[in-house]
Design a protein around this ligand. Structure first.
Ligand code: FES
Length: 114
């Protein structure tokens, strides 16, 4: 039997590389999970839509904690991606909120893609 597949609107990844952990990314990841659970934004909650995963180094080690988010483009033309540096909890919750609401992603602290 195949595993149950949960459809999602976006996938967020928080770097857990050594440099980002030195800047608090482990706590950021835990706090963001707690937020997704409390606000029923996590994919397995009723009405939830977001995945959150730890990642390895995202290549901006001197600017952590880093976070990237992927979601389908509205017109069905592939994936939109946004990369963020120096992410704190309030910014992470704004990114998650925009991903869930399918509104434009925040511009502050973005470093890619152009
Ligand atoms: S350790 Fe996080 S970007 Fe490299």
């Amino acid at each position: 039997m195949a595993p149950k597949f949960f459809a999602t609107r976006a996938h967020l990844l928080v770097c857990q590389g050594q440099s980002c952990q030195g800047r608090g990314s482990a706590l950021l990841y835990k706090a963001l999970w707690n937020h997704l659970e409390r606000q029923s934004l996590a994919y397995y909650k009723k009405g939830g839509s977001l995945r959150l995963t730890e990642s390895g180094c995202l290549g901006a080690c001197s600017y952590g904690p880093t976070l990237c988010v992927y979601r389908p483009k509205p017109a069905g033309g592939g994936l939109e991606e946004a990369w963020y540096a120096a992410v704190d909890f309030p910014l992470a919750t704004r990114i998650a909120g925009a991903a869930h609401e399918e509104t434009p992603l925040p511009e502050e602290h973005r470093y890619g893609p152009e």
